[in-house]
Design a protein around this ligand. Structure first.
Ligand code: UDP
Ligand code: MG
Length: 314
């Protein structure tokens, strides 16, 4: 007799200071995924990313009611990217879906993701169709970030898709094999490839608490994304350096010839000052960009783990 095994769906949910949201989250998940339980086994991997509030206690309470829950408690806050990496490592499903725990990613969309997966897609992206919940700067910069990123790096990140997506086990295994320490997940997800389709959804406003990504953090996140996947910012200096050198050579020739035929015209304070300031400014920017990359080589070379687990509660 052959027993038909149910296929397994893993939800990977990072929690950082979400104490008010835990109960609501599991209520919504249970409601939304009820139609699934007949055909699939469902597990939820909740990563407590070093929350400073009662999130851990709330998760333990939720565990009592929801047997499908696995809690991965990290030793401190490692950031969302690391938390998701941890979740992917502990997930055992045939399809794995990272989803925000603040309910900004509507759990109902999961059903659509699974449908597309059943139709043969290995990656199903959830694409946000509006940016209503974003701050104004964010709306503006997000657009330019994707444009710039995709122009200068070797991989294309699809615009308006985040971590909310379904991945087949194959895809997750490929991701787990990537050795790098800096986990710019959007980029890594795109880098591994696989057969991909898209589903549209509307981002919900946050139910409780506040976002942990302010504008400065997002800026750094964008730099991380670009430096992780492109060396164009480094190469640009070669060309800029050449252009400045050529200009300097032409100007030098001009000065030499005028001095030879018309004598030396002593005053030159402004032109010297401008040249010196311009050249040193350009050099400092160049060194700064170099520093960004050297810093990342430094971080990678230490080969520290991406996260540390305090305990896993199954
Ligand atoms: N998060 C996390 N670690 C962090 C910051 C955030 O695990 O250091 C989680 C957070 O609990 C939420 C998700 O990542 O489930 C998205 O975070 P947030 O809502 O703050 O970001 P936004 O939706 O504003 O981009
Ligand atoms: Mg959010």
């Amino acid at each position: 007799m052959t027993v038909l095994m149910k296929r397994k769906i893993s939800l990977v949910c990072p929690f950082y200071n979400e104490e008010q949201g835990v109960r609501v989250f599991f209520n919504r998940i249970n409601e939304a995924l009820a139609p699934l339980t007949e055909r699939y086994e469902v597990e939820v991997i909740a990563i407590n990313d070093g929350s400073l509030d009662q999130t851990y206690e709330e998760l333990i309470k939720a565990k009592a009611d929801n047997d499908y829950l696995t809690i991965v408690d990290l030793s401190r806050n490692f950031g969302k990217e690391a938390a998701i990496s941890a979740g992917l490592d502990y997930a055992t499903g045939d399809a794995i879906i990272p989803i925000d725990s603040d309910l900004q990613h509507p759990p109902e969309v999961v059903l659509e993701l699974i449908e597309k997966w059943e139709e043969g897609a290995e990656v199903v992206l959830a694409k946000r169709v509006d940016r209503e919940t974003d701050r104004l700067v964010q709306k503006f910069t997000a657009n330019y970030f994707y444009k710039l990123h995709n122009r200068i790096s070797n991989i294309d990140i699809p615009a308006d898709v985040g971590d909310f997506r379904l991945m087949d086990r194959k895809v997750v295994e490929a991701l787990k094999n990537l050795p790098e320490n800096s986990r710019f997940m959007k980029g890594l997800f795109a880098w591994v490839g696989f057969r991909t389709t898209t589903v549209d959804y509307k981002v919900a406003p946050r139910e409780h608490g506040a976002t942990s990504f302010n504008t400065w953090k997002l800026w750094n996140f964008a730099i991380e994304g670009i430096t992780s996947f492109s060396t164009a910012p480094l190469r640009v200096w070669t060309y800029l350096g050449c252009a400045v050198s050529v200009a300097a050579f032409v100007y030098a020739a001009y000065l030499f010839i005028t001095a030879l035929f018309f004598g030396v015209d002593t005053p030159g304070y402004s032109s010297i000052m401008i040249t010196v300031l311009f050249a040193s400014g350009v050099q400092l920017i160049g060194i700064g960009v170099l520093g960004e990359y050297v810093g990342r080589i430094f971080a990678e070379s230490k080969k520290r783990p991406v996260y540390i687990v305090r305990e896993v509660i199954k």
